[in-house]
Ligand binder design. Structure first.
Ligand SMILES: NC(=O)c1ccc[n+]([C@@H]2O[C@H](COP(=O)([O-])OP(=O)(O)OC[C@H]3O[C@@H](n4cnc5c(N)ncnc54)[C@H](O)[C@@H]3O)[C@@H](O)[C@H]2O)c1
Length: 327
């Protein structure tokens, strides 16, 4: 039997993905501590069975106190800013929050009980790729947001060696959908995530969909992405935590289904669910890459992971169902 911690700190645990991971952790009887400043997190997403600490990862003192007072053994680090366009315009803000915040967090692990850290990285660190992308590809971040994720990965690797913790760096592809429990889902609207936008439009009498760019070098001119259901992604975190604590080996993993859909394809599926959709083509967004989808063979092999919600209609419908509940 592996011994892995019961005391887990989740930074950004009041957010979309964090709340889904916590729902699973609580079900599995872990003792969960949420550390979040609620900048894009929501009280409604805070799990009642977890301890909530309102804090900023830029606050080193409070981080150190939280880790030591609660004998934290593992950290799942999701706190960060993730608006690509905003990151391009406000680099300092993104550097401070995402890079310095991560540095504070790993430094707070010095002389502590922390043995494992899982980090929410992003497929955007790879840049523009033809075909699928594996963990062996050399990162070439295109947006500033992606650069902050890449820098954070480097910091975690460096401090892992220095302070003797194992890490799981998870490079998420496009996360979408909502928990089958019906209790949690994506609330924040500002990111411009396609499936969230479609879900919002599904609640309208005259749904309008903006497509940003239709002259990309892809099969139909629109961007290609690999969408992963948030509950499948949450599951991967638990498996990685078990894996790194039992094997005492760090891991870097792509988290996607290995299938790319163009924006047009997703909108076509949406049009079958919702009638009368008006489509508007708009300018490309700065920082968006033409296409990216995962080679997830390492994920499948190492974790023996099998997705449960990898049907694009299921993902879209679950996001729509959640949105209905919100309005
Ligand atoms: N959603 C995606 O498709 C996607 C894809 C790749 C990577 N990611 C990464 O996953 C993580 C979670 O994303 P999400 O979609 O759940 O977004 P989210 O905005 O719902 O969650 C981020 C959480 O971090 C908190 N936070 C931000 N800055 C903080 C700070 N300085 N101190 C404390 N808390 C802070 C916010 O309040 C929020 O609750 C992010 O790091 C993001 O970069 C997300």
């Amino acid at each position: 039997m592996f011994t892995f911690t019961n005391n887990i700190l989740v930074t950004g645990g009041a957010g979309y993905i964090g709340s889904h991971i916590i729902e699973l952790l609580v079900k599995k009887k872990f003792k969960v501590f949420i550390y979040d400043n609620l900048v894009t997190g929501y009280k409604k997403l805070i799990n009642k069975k977890a301890v909530f600490i309102k804090g900023d990862i830029k606050n080193s003192k409070l981080l150190i106190k939280t880790i030591n007072d609660n004998n934290i053994n593992s950290i799942i680090h999701l706190a960060g800013y993730l608006n690509i366009s905003e990151g391009q315009k406000n680099k300092k803000k993104y550097y401070k929050n995402n890079v310095i915040g991560t540095l504070n967090l790993v430094k707070a692990c010095k002389n502590s009980t922390v043995k494992n850290i899982i980090f929410s990285s992003s497929c955007s660190i790879y840049g523009n790729i033809k075909g699928s992308v594996s963990e062996k590809n050399i990162p070439k971040p295109k947006s500033y947001y992606a650069f902050t994720k890449y820098k954070s990965e480097e910091i975690i690797k460096k401090y892992g060696k220095r302070f003797n913790f194992k890490y799981g760096i998870l490079r998420y592809f496009n996360v979408a959908g909502a928990s089958p429990s019906g209790k949690i889902g994506e609330i924040e609207k500002s990111y411009g995530h396609l499936i969230k936008n479609l879900a919002i439009q599904s609640t309208k009498l005259r749904p309008k969909v903006d497509i940003f760019g239709n002259n990309y070098n892809t099969k139909d001119g629109t961007c290609i992405r690999d969408y992963i259901h948030v509950s499948d992604l949450a599951d991967i975190h638990i498996l990685v935590l078990k894996k790194i604590s039992s094997s005492k080996k760090s891991l870097i993993l792509n988290c996607g289904y290995g299938k790319g859909y163009s924006v047009k394809e997703i909108v076509e599926i949406f049009k079958k669910i919702k009638k009368g959709v008006i489509i508007k083509y708009k300018k490309k967004r700065i920082g968006d890459v033409a296409q990216i989808y995962s080679d997830n063979s390492k994920l499948k092999k190492i974790l023996k992971w099998k997705p449960k919600f990898n049907n694009i209609q299921t993902i879209l419908k679950s996001a729509i169902k959640w949105e209905k509940k919100l309005t």
